[in-house]
Design a binder for this molecule. Structure first.
Ligand code: ME8
Length: 680
């Protein structure tokens, strides 16, 4: 049996869990379920990072012994994660003894090989990142105070005796590894980023602190505690038995290491793709196969983070949305690897379009008709008229294509496209049902064969969709599976092994709604009130340290005023002016970077005309061209052509512009739309 080892970062217990942590864990869980379903023996690890100066300080502030303080926060992570039914095999804690033993072994191995030595360190330290910054990397705050570039908090100037890790010795080895293993760092953009960082030279790394007490003591020199990243990164091997007897120790470690997939946010890319492989090389251990660095969920255009105070509150989220729909949304909405803006509106729209009106509705109408017209038994494929038979065959082919496309995209970690492949096949089934009108066929006994073929085809499609989406929607797909009269667990069925027609003659179960439609207006009103209340409560809790940004949040009343009153000085245009702009739906057929133009992508876009158009857009820093192929976008179709870098651009792609840097977010559609359709 093939093994598969997938990890998430271990989360800092310096504050409470939020959507960002849930996101990476959802991805890991979905990959774990996908691999298990396809017969792999999976070890999925998540956990908590519990040492460091910040945690020591937070415990002091809370007036608790540090361990008691961290236990409390670990519990809050576990509670927040629980509704998602994550299938991690283990939850590693860096305060666990087996972990400490493993870290000591790693340290000793690196030291014995001559890669750890003693020296003196001076630098600007951020307790939130547990990282030193050069003066040039810091941001200047009021009164020229140096601030952390990530957390915008003051940096501490530290000077102390320290052990150093000889990172400089690994520059060439790392570059050689990146070059020989193009999949070691994914996606490609991050790989290039790391390559140029490492090519720029590596300094030795300070890996111990005498000023920090809450950490793992350095072997044979307990005045020093280990640098928290040395401690934290080691979790990936200690948790599976390196240097301890966890899960049977070395044999278990050798079985699962190297990891197949280490998932991290791009905020901690460098730690995982420079420091971590260097630590492993120093100890003579193999490197993980892939470190995949995903993008950040933004909120209001900025990275969602505890320190910036703009996180999505999991309590509010859980109150209105099942974990299933949250899973679906984050996997479908965010192009994996890129940043995405989280809004409840988008979540509601996505759930209603794809799940309530989409998959849920297909299940409800198919099963209800089988119950009402076929005595609750899925009909076999009857010999119907030629036209309908041809259409049913097309549907069957579309589903077969989705089965192949889902795995192909998923194996490349293109979750969004994998799910989209299923949606596209579902659109085909929906159209087939709407065109064939089985509710009319049922009225005419002479059309019995046609009715049976339609319902057979719909039920078979649904059965395949349930198996495909099992890793994404574990409970909903199991419910559909049972309603189709299938026995056993859908997550044990390999979609490619399903036989078309294998569900015929099964008696269906009770028909229950799977995804009720959500009342957007009502839910949005409730969320606004709850968020305001929970922000006020959090602000109270964290008052002494509340970051400046927390106070700039707009209150609900201000939002309402801003929407209702026209802004002063707005010059209205008439509808005739608006109609002068010809906005049309286009589908991106090809996309590539423009040589020597960092910002430009060159597309060919199908507007439903005889020839696709060439259109250029300044979005290259934010989108990977290959991921845009097949995407439906909005085009200004009657913009005068103009030349950009020698290429004629025959239109303009519309995008929202977010935040101070004007990050573009491409406008698009939740439902299927034909190319060339006019927007008005
Ligand atoms: O960095 N969007 O812990 P951490 C998407 N303890 N993912 C996000 C996110 C966001 N806005 N915010 C957080 C640490 N994450 C260290 C890791 S590993 C040996 C030590 C996710 O609690 C994402 O995976 O700050 C990110 O890398 C991680 O949480 C950071 O979690």
């Amino acid at each position: 049996m093939n093994k598969f080892y997938v990890t998430t970062p271990i989360y800092y217990v310096n504050s409470y869990p939020h959507l960002g942590h849930v996101y990476t864990t959802i991805i890991a869980d979905t990959v774990a379920r996908y691999k298990r379903q396809r017969g792999h023996e999976v070890f999925f690890l998540t956990g908590t990072d519990e040492h460091g100066i910040n945690i020591e300080r937070a415990a002091e502030k809370a007036g608790l012994p540090v361990k008691q303080h961290v236990d409390r926060i670990v519990d809050s992570f576990k509670t927040a994660f629980e509704p998602f039914q994550f299938t991690n095999r283990h939850w590693v804690r860096t305060t666990d003894d087996y972990h400490k033993a493993g870290v000591r072994k790693l340290w000793q191995a690196a030291k014995a090989n001559g890669f750890i030595y003693k020296g003196k360190y001076e630098g600007w330290y951020c307790g939130n990142c547990n990282e030193f910054y050069q003066e040039g990397e810091a941001v200047k705050g009021e009164g020229d105070v140096l601030l952390c570039p990530t957390h915008e908090r003051p940096l501490d100037l530290l000077s102390e005796e320290s052990y150093f890790f000889k990172l400089s010795a690994f520059q060439d080895k790392l570059i050689a590894h990146y070059e020989a293993n193009p999949h070691f760092i994914r996606p490609e953009t991050r790989r290039n980023e790391v390559l140029s960082f490492v090519r720029g030279g590596l300094n030795d790394l300070s890996v111990s602190r005498v000023s920090v007490k809450w950490g793992i003591p350095v072997p044979d020199d307990p005045e020093h505690t280990m640098y928290v990243w040395f401690d934290a990164l080691s979790n990936y091997i200690t948790a599976i038995g390196y240097g301890n007897e966890q899960f049977g120790g070395e044999a278990h470690f050798n079985k699962f290491w190297p990891a197949d997939l280490q998932l991290v946010g791009k905020d901690i890319l460098r730690f995982h793709t420079v420091y971590w492989p260097a630590f492993l090389m120093a100890a003579g251990l193999p490197l993980p196969k892939t470190v995949y660095s995903h993008g950040m969920w933004l909120s209001g255009g900025r990275k969602m983070s505890k320190t910036l105070g703009n996180v999505i509150d999991l309590e509010v989220l859980h109150k209105h949305f099942t974990p299933e729909v949250v899973r679906y949304f984050v996997l479908r909405e965010m192009v994996f690897g890129q940043d995405g803006d989280f809004t409840y509106e988008a979540l509601l729209d996505r759930v209603n379009a794809d799940l309530a009106s989409g998959l849920g509705n297909l299940a409800a109408r198919t099963l209800t008709m089988i119950r009402n017209f076929c005595e609750g038994v899925i009909p076999s494929a009857s010999e119907a008229n030629a036209e309908l038979t041809a259409q049913a065959n097309e549907v069957r082919e579309a589903v077969a294509l989705a089965v192949v496309a889902f795995d192909r995209e998923f194996d490349e970690y293109n979750f969004s496209r994998a799910i989209e492949a299923v949606s596209n096949a579902r659109f085909r089934v929906d159209k087939f049902i709407s065109d064939a009108k089985p509710w009319d066929l049922a009225k005419d006994p002479a059309k019995r064969a046609e009715l049976e073929l339609v319902l057979h085809t719909a039920a078979e499609s649904l059965r395949h969709f349930a198996a495909l989406l099992a890793p994404v929607l574990p409970n909903a797909t199991q419910a559909i599976w049972q309603q189709l009269g299938e026995s056993g667990q859908v997550n044990e069925v390999i979609p490619a092994n399903l036989n078309w027609g294998g569900g015929a003659q099964h008696k269906i179960g009770d028909v229950q709604p799977i995804f009720p439609r959500l009342d957007k207006k009502k839910i949005m009103e409730e969320i606004k009130q709850e968020e305001a209340a929970s922000q006020a409560a959090r602000a109270q809790e964290t008052k002494p340290e509340a970051p400046a940004t927390a106070t700039t949040e707009t209150k609900p009343a201000e939002v309402a005023a801003a929407v209702n009153e026209p802004a002063p000085g707005v010059a209205y245009i008439g509808i005739e002016d608006f109609l002068k702009v010809e906005l049309r739906v286009g589908e991106i057929k090809t996309a590539e970077r423009v040589p020597k133009a960092d910002k430009l992508l060159r597309f060919t876009i199908d507007l439903g005309e005889a020839e696709p158009r060439q259109i250029l857009a300044g979005i290259a820093q934010y989108y990977e061209p290959e991921k845009l192929i097949g995407r439906k976008v909005i085009i200004v179709a009657n913009l005068a052509p103009r030349k950009l870098r020698g290429f004629e651009s025959q239109g303009m792609v519309l995008a929202a512009s977010i935040g101070e840097e004007g990050r573009p977010i491409l406008a698009g559609f939740l439902e299927d739309v034909p190319n060339g359709a006019r927007l008005k």
